[in-house]
Design a protein around this ligand. Structure first.
Ligand code: PMP
Length: 443
């Protein structure tokens, strides 16, 4: 019996041939890259089979690829460009910073301005430390939590991606091991030393099971890190009460609660924590706060963050040659200035419209639309997506093929069909995207 998914897969050869025909320059660039980059890549997340589309430039809501084709961008460098590409206000701020010199062995004051802005928005933030990536922010948050509590374990949720730091590179896009209610850590990379004594795995969206797992080892747990919207799991939202339950649980055991808002900070003016009405102890940030330049940050309660203050006898030192560089700080500030509450409302309304339209066009089909705010995800599964185990039941190869055919039609999403909108996204482009997807799934 052929399934719904088989219909598209039967067209695989034609879809791939069309992609080859549309992207000859990208194919050549990918070939050249293979000679000097391992497997032709220096960034795993942008790998696409048979080869990635190489980009020449970005303009507002559009990309222009190496072959000169204009494509509607629906991922904006992994959600990091809420105003789209080359926003004139951000470009001006960055250019001014560049003209004044790009990095100094001294502070500039711009980092204070951006930190003040973050503290004004994030309810739980009293102090901020900038880093150069979300990965580095998570690494710093883990060390600060360990130093503050004197405990070793970092508890994370199965399936969550928090960047490339060793102690969170467990159970990310890997098969579920152990019982779903007490998952075992699975190495997501070769070269990791061990999870034992360092990492504790929790089941997302299952507060009872999380309570049991955590309760058993609470006195050894330094931090619980959680995504307020779980991107890799398929833009899975926390169930009502899940984040509040985690807050209650971690407070009871004096565990540092870390919200990883590297993505979810784009959900609202006060971040996802503002929407949920839950105050974490620490928040990791990245993406939008750098205005398109490399960035990360840890923000949180002064009492905890001050373990990195220079006057402490026992402390967590933290530096970085390009940390808080003026270009990133200026671009980040210009971006946040443009993201007023009214702009968030518009952005989120556009996200809601596209989710609704996708639900209409996929109604009755074994496809599922998840997401919140300006984020959306199409998943090839009928099982409700709530955690890592349910997300593993998606037909990934169907999603990849649908993503390639969407790219042929001129729409750029991730290979697993994650998408987002920016303020530069044109409503007519979203209509065309939904129509194109409708043709792919309905024939
Ligand atoms: N945390 C989350 C939730 C992320 O989505 C990411 C990256 N997508 C990171 C951390 C790591 O950030 P970076 O890629 O800047 O290292």
């Amino acid at each position: 019996m052929t399934s719904f998914y088989d219909a598209l897969k039967a067209r695989r050869a034609g879809i791939e041939q069309r992609y080859h025909d549309l992207t000859p320059t990208s194919a050549r660039l990918a070939q050249e890259a293979r000679r000097v980059l391992p497997g032709g890549s220096t960034r795993d997340t942008v790998i696409r089979r048979p080869h990635p589309t190489y980009i020449r430039r970005g303009e507002g809501g559009h990309l222009v690829d190496a072959d000169g084709r204009t494509i509607v961008d629906l991922w904006f460098n992994a959600t990091s460009l809420p105003l789209g590409h080359a926003d004139p206000r951000v470009a001006r701020a960055a250019r001014e910073a560049i003209d004044g010199g790009t990095a100094f062995f001294a502070p500039t004051g711009l980092e204070t301005d951006l930190a003040r802005e973050i503290c004004a928005r994030l309810p739980s933030a009293e102090r901020v430390r900038f880093t150069n990536s979300g990965t580095e922010a998570v690494m710093l948050a883990a060390r600060v939590a360990r130093a503050f509590t004197g405990r070793a374990l970092i508890a994370k949720f199965e399936g969550s991606y928090h960047g490339a730091y060793d102690d969170v590179q467990w159970s990310v896009s890997t098969p579920g091991m152990g019982s779903p209610e007490a998952p075992a850590p699975v190495a997501a990379s070769a070269g990791l030393l061990r999870a034992e004594g360092r990492v504790l795995m929790l089941p997302y969206n299952d507060l009872d099971a999380t309570t049991r797992v955590l309760g058993g080892q609470a006195s050894e747990v330094a931090a619980v890190i959680v995504e307020p919207i779980a991107n890799r799991m398929g833009m899975v939202s926390p169930k009502p009460g899940f984040l509040a339950g985690l807050r209650e649980l971690t407070a009871r055991y004096r565990i540092v609660l870390v919200f990883d808002e590297v993505i979810s900070f784009r959900l609202g003016y006060h971040g996802a924590q503002g929407l949920a009405g839950v105050m974490p102890d620490l928040t990791t940030l990245g993406k939008v706060i750098g205005g398109g330049f490399p960035v990360g940050a840890v923000a949180g309660r002064a009492e905890i963050m001050d373990v990195s203050a220079p006057d402490r006898p026992t402390r967590v030192p933290h530096a970085g040659t390009f940390t808080a560089n003026p270009v990133t700080m200026a671009a980040g500030r210009a971006t946040l200035e443009a993201l007023t509450p009214a702009v968030f409302d518009e952005l989120n309304a556009a996200g809601e419209r596209v989710r609704q339209a996708l639900r209409r066009v996929t109604s009755g089909l074994p496809l599922q639309i998840t997401g919140a705010g300006s984020l959306f995800k199409i998943s090839a599964s009928v099982a409700e997506l709530v955690d890592h185990r349910s997300s593993m039941r998606c037909d990934a190869s169907w999603e990849e093929l649908a993503s390639l055919e969407l790219l042929n039609e001129g729409f750029f999403l991730t290979t697993r069909l994650h998408g987002c909108v920016s303020t530069a996204t044109r409503p007519e482009d979203l209509d065309r995207f939904v129509d194109a997807f409708g043709v792919i799934v309905r024939g």
